[in-house]
Design a protein around this ligand. Sequence first.
Ligand SMILES: C[S@@+](CC[C@H](N)C(=O)[O-])C[C@H]1O[C@@H](n2cnc3c(N)ncnc32)[C@H](O)[C@@H]1O
Length: 417
Amino acid sequence: MKWTPGELVAFTARVIYEVAERGLTLDYAFQKVKRGWRPLDSFKVFYDVSFDAVRHYFFLKFAASRLFGSSGAKAVAKAWFIYKADQMLYNRDMVSRFRKRLLKRALAAPGDVLREVESLRGDPARYLSIKYSYHPKIVATLLSHLPAEEVEKLLDAGNKTWIWLRINTLKADVDKALKILEAEAEVETHPRIPFAVLLKSSKRPVQYLEAVRRFVAIPQDLASVYAVLSLKPEPGDRIVDLAAAPGMKTSLVAQLAEGRAKIVAVDLSQKRVARMKQLLRRVGAGDAVEVVRSDSRKLKTRLFDKALLDAPCTSSGAFTKEPAVKIYPRLEDAPRYSRIQRELLKNALELAGEVVYAVCSILPEEGEEVVGSVEAAPEKPLEDLADPYGRGGVGGRTFPHIHRSEAFFISRLRALR
Ligand SMILES: C[S@@+](CC[C@H](N)C(=O)[O-])C[C@H]1O[C@@H](n2cnc3c(N)ncnc32)[C@H](O)[C@@H]1O
């Protein structure tokens, strides 16, 4: 069934409301609104527009207040149509007619609003927050660690979508997988990681690509790949993954160890453990991994050679994937997470001589300060990682403007025995 631009704006406004006022993630909000909507042939455009509107929320809210004298969800969705519809909707006539209609009662011209945003440059925190649409707390955090020009590049790059695929060599070799992929998509292989490819364009959404449906290629952010590479898994290793579900990194551990390591995957959440068992089976790592539900802070077990700790965290570095993080970064939860991270890391060092600690967070409280708090020798595990916070190389970071990835902190620690 056909949709109208008015309907698109109304739908987007509902999603914006669910994210901005009720704190839902983009996918939850989208599914909730979709359930109450009339059936459409495809909701793809509605999803893409909702994602884009949430991603640009702070700019659109500012623009909405100037154009319509309101910063409510409906006005924000209308502002999306005025500034962004051209880039996402193919029907130029429809866009221009509806845009004109929206602007009939506008209080300002769209160009004047853009000039007003540029005039804020003298106040970098406010300017960057509005221009690139990040919560002021994210901008302030980054500005306290990095020069303003670098923060601007980071925030700009964080508004792009980078889709990395990991060739699953448990299912097919790289050449064969690339052939299957290239029949439907244009990809770029990472210069130093032959099994990591960036999706440049594709004929269909990533989850419908033949290679992805057959688990020959698995969508996995490059930052996660770096975390697992830092562990250097090898055949014969005894490895424990202490916060493993849903198992994406565990399955790469199995892949890099060529299916010949003894791997134990632990997670506290029953639901996520069930999902992990299913995922590991599907990607061909089921036989290589023993799955355990346990609290990894208390786990007392045999010794391992290596431990991976992809710790629970604020996810404040996940803004390239989850645009709701840009509106609600939940940085105030950092002290609680930091406590759990320290407890988990301390026990990881009891269980294994070598530990890789990773978090998807921009905060030193969850990164550099956690690895600095335990009795161990932390280091930057890979040359490719950056150390922009200048904390003496106790770990490395990934950033969208440098690595075209999510923002992670990764450290390798050796237990002092
Ligand atoms: C960042 S996620 C892990 C993602 C996973 N490594 C992957 O790549 O698919 C953090 C995980 O830690 C788990 N977790 C939280 N507290 C835990 C604890 N005390 N012991 C074990 N797992 C815990 C959560 O259930 C969650 O699945």
